[in-house]
Write a protein that binds this ligand. Structure first.
Ligand SMILES: NC(=O)c1ccc[n+]([C@@H]2O[C@H](COP(=O)([O-])OP(=O)(O)OC[C@H]3O[C@@H](n4cnc5c(N)ncnc54)[C@H](O)[C@@H]3O)[C@@H](O)[C@H]2O)c1
Length: 382
């Protein structure tokens, strides 16, 4: 095992912590507050941010949509450049934070912003960014990744750069009070799959990463089982912190990572509008079955340590338990909606994977377009 690890995002966790942004953003900054469709105006988060920024010079950009688009963020980038903005405060879920990371990077680049997503422009600098998280799910608030969509072509692609890692993140569980049930469920599922992408690979004997990943998975099982307690402060705090820890770099340090479920899932979202988390639940069980020869040992470990399984065929039983876990949250594990015809849906997804260069996915680069097609044959209902 060999790795260098740092996570320099300062976390301000707990009720009332939004006021921490007053000191976290340099007083001389020109701040752009970026947010989405206005839920923060209905739940009091916007008012708290405005009050806290009373000594700062700031302006705002709203309208970042779920699965943020280049087209929308280009408007924010224009404001940043025209007005000499030098700090971005993202207030929202993964979409707002990812869109803000993209804008922070594009602000330092003179070419077309989409070059960031295609790799034509390698991001080495970005405007400083902080965030107030309103939806625990993605971990984007303290990691260096972002996913952005080009609406015109239905391309949904990720990029990674330490330059866009947020300087700070406010995690106040009270902001979750207005989250629709669907988004709470999405958060549980998204965090679950994030952990699996870093855990269900080849055994590396990494006791810290494995043990911590298993603890986080157990938390999510408990929280899902206690879903009727979702109005409880402790439940909210535990989900918010678990989802954050699921993708902040720690459990993935020095171990193989997969991310094929995400890459295929992104195409389902871009083509059929499936919620991000739900796209993952559709792809993952079929992908695990397809890749059983690589995944068996860690599936067995997960089954024993998280689901308490024993006996024969633990790996397959673990996948079944994961499906039951998703179904218990009313999350489908088959693409049953949105597409008109199975064959054309699969062809369309494969064509997108091909055009995005997703030709050898997974920790062993063993998921070529052939395996992706086999996975989709299992995951797309007739
Ligand atoms: N950067 C990463 O590491 C990473 C990881 C996984 C996923 N992602 C990406 O993040 C995006 C998904 O983000 P998400 O799951 O956080 O959802 P989201 O940000 O898209 O938000 C989903 C919906 O919830 C609403 N919402 C947010 N907070 C609310 C609140 N407090 N009350 C009421 N409504 C609220 C939003 O307005 C939106 O309509 C996808 O594009 C996905 O690909 C990024």
């Amino acid at each position: 095992m060999k790795f260098s690890y740092v996570n320099h995002t300062q976390i301000h966790f707990g009720q009332g912590q939004i006021q921490a942004i007053a000191d976290a953003i340099p007083a001389t900054s020109k701040v752009l507050v970026i947010y989405g469709g206005g839920s923060i105006k209905r739940n009091g988060v916007y008012d708290q941010v405005v009050e806290t920024l009373s000594q700062h010079q700031w302006t705002e950009f709203s309208g970042v949509e779920p699965n943020p688009t280049k087209e929308t963020m280009d408007k924010a980038i224009a404001i940043i450049k025209e007005q000499g903005i030098d700090f971005i405060l993202a207030v929202g879920g993964g979409s707002v934070i990812d869109g803000s990371k993209f804008a922070a990077a594009a602000a330092k680049y003179d070419g077309d912003s989409w070059d960031i997503m295609t790799g034509k422009h390698q991001v080495t600098e970005a405007l400083p960014l902080g965030c107030v998280l309103t939806l625990p799910a993605t971990g984007s608030e303290s990691n260096s990744g972002a996913v952005v969509t080009k609406a015109e072509t239905h391309d949904k692609l990720p990029f990674l750069s330490p330059a866009v890692q947020p300087q700070f993140a406010v995690l106040d569980p009270d902001v979750m009070k207005t989250l629709p049930e669907r988004q709470l469920v999405n958060g549980i599922v998204d965090a679950w799959v994030h952990i699996c992408e870093q855990y269900l690979t080849s055994p590396a004997g990494a006791m810290v990463q494995d043990g911590y990943a298993e603890a986080l998975l157990k938390n999510l099982r408990v929280l899902a089982g206690q879903f009727d307690q979702r109005d409880n402060d402790q439940w909210r705090a535990n989900l918010m912190w678990t989802a954050n820890q699921a993708l902040n770099g720690l459990i993935g340090a020095g171990v193989a990572q997969d991310w094929a479920t995400h890459m295929i899932g992104h195409e389902l979202t871009a083509l059929y509008g499936v919620d991000h988390a739900r796209s993952l639940a559709i792809v993952q069980p079929s992908l695990l079955r397809n890749q059983m020869k690589y995944k068996q040992a860690k599936l067995e470990q997960l089954g024993r340590n998280v689901f308490g399984l024993s006996g024969d065929d633990v790996a397959e039983q673990t996948i079944v338990e994961m499906e039951l876990f998703y179904h218990s949250l009313q999350v489908a594990t088959q693409l049953t909606e949105h597409q008109t015809d199975k064959a054309s849906a699969i062809d369309a997804i494969i064509a997108q994977l091909e055009s995005h260069g997703m030709l050898e996915l997974g920790e062993n680069q063993a998921i070529t377009l052939k395996e992706s097609r086999e996975i989709l044959e299992m995951a797309v209902a007739d």
